[in-house]
Design a protein around this ligand. Structure first.
Ligand code: HEM
Length: 359
C-alpha cells in the first residue's frame, strides 16, 4: 500500500476536523455536553470590573461586621426537616451584617442590600450557612444575567459612569431586573439592621424524618418594630450610620428575629429568585435568632469564612435554582482571592465610634 501524498493527508485531516466539529455541535444540541459555562472566576472578574479590586475584602458585600449569638429552636421546624437545628434546643451562631457592593468603604446611606449572613452550628458539628438579603426577591434569575447586569452597569472608563445605552440594552432584555429596581425605589426602607427582615430568596428543600420533601424559603423577621427611614436624608447620613447604630444597640441589649419558614405550593417557582410566592402561603415560626455581640472583622470569626449557601446539614438540601451552585463556587473564588491578600483595615476598625461602642 502506498502512503497518501501530503495534499491527500491534509484533505483527510480537514474532513476529520469538520466531522469533529459537527459531532461536538450535535452533542451540545442533544444535551450530551454542557454548553459554555460561566466559571466562578469569570463572575468574580465581573464584580471586580464593576466595583474595583479591593485587596483583602469580599468581592461583594465588602463592608461588614462580625456578629455572634444563638438560635433557640422551638421544635416546630422538626415537622419539616430532620436537621438537628430544629430541635427544641439552643445552638451557637456566628454571622455578619453587611451592605451590598464590592466597595469596603462605601457610605451606608445608599440604596443597597442590607444583609445578614449566618452559620448555625448544630450539636453534631454540622453547620447551616446562609447569606440573606433584605429583599424578598433578587434582581436576576441566572448566573449569566448576573454577569450581564454587572457588565452593563460597570463604569465606562471614558466617563467613570455606566454607559446609558448598555444599561438600556440590558434592561430591555431583563424586565425582571427593572421590576426589582422599581420595587427597591418605591418600598419603605428600615432605619436599622435591627428592624429589617432578611430573606433566603432562593428556595431550598427541607427533608423530614419520613423522607418527605418540602419546598421552602425562609426569612428572619425582627422583634424590633419596623421604622421607615426618610430616603431623602440617606445621602446626608454619617458614612457608617447603620453599623454604628447596630453596634450601639448591641452594647445595650441583644437583638432578636423570628425564623419563619414559608412552604411552597405546586406551581410556585423554586428555580427563579426573581419571583416571589403569594403572600397567603403557609408560614411556620421555627425559632428565635438572638444576636448579642458585634466585633469588627479583624477581631471576629466571620472574616476568613464564606457563608456558602450550599453548606447545609442533613435535612436541608438545595432546590433547582441555578443561582445556588454558582454562588457556592463564586464565594469560594472570592475567598481564595481575598485570603491571599494584605488589605487595609475595615471601615469599622477605622471608625472610633464603632470601636468605642463594641461590648
Ligand atoms: C449568582 C448570584 C450571586 C453572586 C455571583 C454572588 C456573589 C457574591 C460574592 C462574591 C460574595 C462574597 C463572598 C466572600 O468572599 O465571602 C457574596 C456575598 C454575599 N452574598 Fe452573594 N451572590 C449572588 C447571589 C446572592 C443572593 C441570591 C443572595 C441573597 C439571598 C446573596 C447574598 C449575599 C450576602 C448576604 C453576602 C455576604 C456574606 C458575608 O457576609 O460573608 N447573594 N456574594
Amino acid at each position: 500500500m502506498t502512503r497518501p501524498t501530503f495534499p491527500v493527508a491534509l484533505r483527510l485531516l480537514g474532513i476529520g476536523a469538520v466531522l469533529l466539529v459537527l459531532s461536538a455541535a450535535f452533542a451540545v444540541a442533544a444535551g450530551w455536553l454542557p454548553p459554555h459555562r460561566l466559571g466562578p472566576d469569570t463572575i468574580v472578574d465581573a464584580l471586580e470590573a464593576h466595583d474595583g479590586r479591593h485587596p483583602g475584602f469580599r468581592r461583594a458585600h465588602a463592608k461588614g461586621l462580625c456578629i455572634q449569638g444563638s438560635f433557640l429552636g422551638n421544635g416546630n421546624g422538626a415537622l419539616l426537616s430532620k436537621a438537628g437545628i430544629f430541635a427544641r434546643t439552643d445552638s451557637p451562631v456566628i454571622g455578619r451584617f453587611s451592605t451590598g457592593g464590592g466597595q469596603p468603604y462605601a457610605p451606608d446611606g445608599r440604596l443597597a442590600f442590607r444583609s445578614l449572613a449566618l452559620s448555625l452550628i448544630q450539636a453534631n458539628g454540622e453547620q447551616w450557612r446562609m447569606a440573606l438579603d433584605d429583599t424578598p426577591m433578587f434582581p436576576v434569575a441566572t448566573p449569566q444575567a448576573f454577569v450581564d447586569f454587572q457588565r452593563a452597569t460597570a463604569p465606562d472608563p471614558k466617563t467613570g459612569k455606566p454607559d446609558p445605552a448598555r444599561v438600556d440594552g440590558y434592561m430591555a432584555a431583563h424586565p425582571e431586573t427593572r421590576a426589582f429596581l422599581r420595587w427597591q425605589q418605591e418600598s419603605p426602607l428600615s432605619t436599622s439592621f435591627a428592624n429589617d427582615t432578611y430573606y433566603s430568596i432562593n428556595a431550598f428543600r427541607f427533608i423530614d424524618d419520613t423522607g418527605k420533601t418540602w419546598m421552602v424559603r425562609w426569612s428572619f423577621e425582627p422583634e424590633t418594630p419596623f421604622e421607615a427611614i426618610d430616603k431623602a436624608t440617606l445621602g446626608a447620613r454619617p458614612a457608617n450610620f447603620l453599623f454604628d447604630d447596630v453596634i450601639a444597640r448591641l452594647a445595650g441589649s441583644p437583638l432578636r428575629w423570628r425564623l419563619i419558614v414559608t412552604i411552597a405550593e405546586p406551581g410556585d417557582a423554586t428555580d427563579d429568585a426573581t419571583k416571589v410566592w403569594p403572600a397567603e402561603r403557609r408560614r411556620i415560626d421555627v425559632g428565635t435568632l438572638v444576636i448579642d455581640r458585634a466585633l469588627v472583622e479583624e477581631d471576629g470569626a466571620c472574616r476568613n469564612i464564606t457563608f456558602d449557601p450550599l453548606i447545609l446539614p442533613a435535612g436541608i438540601a438545595p432546590s433547582d435554582d441555578p443561582l445556588l451552585p454558582a454562588r457556592s463556587g463564586v464565594y469560594a473564588s472570592s475567598l481564595a482571592r481575598r485570603g491571599g491578600e494584605h488589605g487595609q483595615p475595615s471601615a469599622l476598625a477605622k471608625d472610633p465610634q464603632a470601636r468605642r461602642a463594641q461590648p
